[in-house]
Write a protein that binds this ligand. Structure first.
Ligand code: CMC
Length: 429
C-alpha cells in the first residue's frame, strides 16, 4: 500500500506527499515537490528531521544503541573482522571471501607509498603546525599528484582514487607526525598488515628495529573499525555536499577532514582527555559536574551525549573493553586518567541531569585514553579518526555519485535580513 502524508497549510490548502520506507528505521516524508506545489520551504537547521539522501551503507538506531555496517552489528565486526575486511564491506556491500580479501589487501598494500615529491610539500608547514592543518593541506594536494584518475564519471577512476586514499592516508598521517617530531619519514613495509605498518611508520626510527605488538595492533585496528563510518554525520555530509558539485575525491576528503577537526565532532576525544587532565583527581568530579550542569559556565562533559544515540553508544562499550586490554598489556591498569574516567562515567550515569537528557558516553570517552596508552600524542587523535573515516567518506561519496537521484546539494534558507533599501551616498551616512 502506498503511504501518504497530508500537510495542511495556514491558508487551508491540503497537500499530499509520498511517504517512503527504508529497509529498517523511520519512514521519511518525500517533500521534494513542496516548494513547486506550495511555494514554501521546510525549516530544519542542523538537519534534526531531514534525510539528505538514501543510503545502504550504515544504519544507526540511536534509541536502541545499535550501529550496523551493511547490516552487520558493530560488535560482530569488531570481534571477527579486521579493518581491511570492514573497508571491503563498506565499499562493496559484502564481506570478502578469502580470495577477494587477499586481492583487496594486496592492492591496498601496493598503494601505500606516496609520490616522493609529496614529502617536500611538508616543508611548507611550520614544524609546530597542528597535524590536522597539515593533513587537510596534504590530502587536498593529492589531487595535484594523482590527476591521472580524476574523471569522477568513470567508475574505474573512482575505484583507483578510493584505493589510493585508503592506502595512502596511514602514510600521510605518519608523515605529519614525523614532521612534527623532527624525525625522518619511515617508508611503508609491504609485509606488514595495514595497521601494523601504520604503527611502524609512526613509531619506528632508522636507528633501531621496531617490534610489532599484536595486542596493540589489534587495539588500533579496532579503533579504525569503530570509526570507519557513521552514516550522515557532519563530516560525511560535508564530503557528500562537496562531491555533489563534481569536485574530485581528494578535495572532498580534505573537506571532510576539515569538518571532522571541530571539537563537537572528531576533536572530542582530544577535548575529553584534556577535560580529564583538568579535573585531575576523583575528588574533583563533584565540582566539575556542578559546572557542567550550570548553563552559564559553557562547560560540557566531553565524550558524553550524541545527536543520534539517546542510549549507550555501542562503540563506547567496545572501546572501554579495548581500553582494559591495552592498559593490561602495558602494565598500566592503575592508569590515573582511566580510573578517573570510570568514576566520572559512573557518577554521570546516575545523575538526573544526564539521565533526563539521555546523555551516555560516546566513542570518544575512552578512545583518547587508549590512544594515549598506545603512544599516540593528543594532537594526532583526530588524524587517526580521519584515517579510519576515510573509507566511510569514500564509500558514501561513491554511493552518491552512482545514485541516479543525486543532485548538487543546495539548501534553502529563511531570510531574516533587511528588505530592499537604497544606498545613501557616503557623505550622507
Ligand atoms: N554535557 C553537558 N550537557 C550536554 C552535553 C554534554 N556533553 N551534551 C548535551 N548536553 C545537554 C545540552 O546542554 C542540552 O540541554 P538543555 O536541553 O537543557 O538545553 C541537551 O543536553 C541537548 O543537547 P544538544 O546540544 O541539543 O544536543 P545535540 O544533539 O545538538 O548535541 C553533541 C550533540 C555531541 C554535540 C553534544 O552532546 C556534545 O556537545 N557532546 C560533547 C562533545 C562530544 O563528546 N562530541 C562527540 C560526539 S561522538 C563522535 C562523533 O560521532 O563525531
Amino acid at each position: 500500500m502506498d503511504k501518504k502524508a497530508t500537510l495542511t497549510l495556514h491558508d487551508g490548502r491540503k497537500l499530499e506527499f509520498p511517504v517512503l520506507s527504508g529497509s529498517i528505521g523511520p519512514d521519511v516524508v518525500d517533500i521534494r515537490t513542496l516548494y513547486g506545489k506550495a511555494g514554501v520551504f521546510t525549516y530544519d537547521p542542523g538537519f534534526l528531521s531531514t534525510a539528505s539522501c538514501n543510503s545502504t551503507i550504515t544504519y544507526i538506531d540511536g534509541d536502541a544503541g545499535v550501529l550496523m555496517y551493511r547490516g552487520y552489528p558493530i560488535e560482530q565486526l569488531a570481534q571477527h573482522c579486521n579493518f581491511l575486511e570492514v573497508c571491503y564491506l563498506l565499499l562493496n556491500g559484502e564481506l570478502p571471501n578469502a580470495k577477494q580479501k587477499s586481492e583487496f589487501d594486496g592492492i591496498v598494500t601496493h598503494h601505500t607509498m606516496v609520490h616522493d615529491q609529496l614529502s617536500r610539500f611538508f616543508n611548507g608547514f611550520r614544524r609546530d603546525a597542528h597535524p590536522m592543518a597539515v593533513l587537510v593541506g596534504v590530502v587536498g594536494a593529492l589531487s595535484a599528484f594523482y590527476h591521472d584518475a580524476l574523471d569522477i564519471s568513470d567508475p574505474r577512476h573512482r575505484t583507483i582514487s578510493a584505493f589510493r586514499l585508503i592506502a595512502k592516508l596511514p602514510t600521510i598521517v605518519a608523515m605529519a607526525y614525523k614532521y612534527n617530531m623532527g624525525q625522518p619519514f619511515i617508508y611503508p613495509r609491504n609485509d606488514l598488515s595495514y595497521t601494523a605498518n601504520f604503527m611502524r611508520m609512526m613509531f619506528a626510527v632508522p636507528a633501531e628495529e621496531y617490534k610489532v605488538n599484536d595486542v596493540l595492533v589489534r587495539a588500533l585496528d579496532r579503533i579504525f573499525i569503530l570509526h570507519a563510518d557513521h552514516e550522515q554525520n557532519a563530516s560525511t555530509s560535508t564530503v557528500r555536499l562537496s562531491g555533489s558539485s563534481g569536485a574530485n575525491p581528494f578535495a572532498c576528503i580534505a573537506a571532510g577532514i576539515a569538518c571532522l577537526w571541530g571539537p563537537a565532532h572528531g576533536g572530542a576525544n582530544e577535548a575529553c582527555l584534556q577535560m580529564l587532565e583538568d579535573i585531575g583527581d576523583v575528588s574533583k568530579i563533584g565540582e566539575f559536574i556542578g559546572k557542567v550542569k550550570d548553563k552559564n559556565s559553557g562547560v560540557r562533559l566531553m565524550g558524553f551525549g550524541h545527536r543520534v544515540y539517546k542510549n549507550h553508544d555501542p562503540r563506547a562499550k567496545l572501546m572501554r573493553e579495548t581500553c582494559h586490554e591495552v592498559l593490561n598489556e602495558l602494565g598500566l591498569h592503575n592508569d590515573r586518567l582511566f580510573k578517573l574516567a570510570v568514576a566520572l562515567e559512573k557518577i554521570a550515569l546516575e545523575d538526573p541531569y544526564f539521565v533526563e537528557r539521555k546523555l551516555y558516553p560516546n566513542v570518544d570517552f575512552y578512545s583518547g585514553i587508549v590512544q594515549r596508552a598506545l603512544g599516540i600524542p593528543v594532537s594526532m587523535f583526530t588524524c587517526i579518526f580521519s584515517l579510519a573515516r576515510t573509507v566511510g567518506w569514500i564509500a558514501q561519496w561513491q554511493e552518491m555519485i552512482a545514485d541516479p537521484e543525486y543532485k548538487i546539494g543546495r539548501p534553502r534558507q529563511l531570510y531574516r535580513g533587511a528588505q530592499r533599501r537604497e544606498i545613501v551616498p557616503l557623505a550622507k551616512r
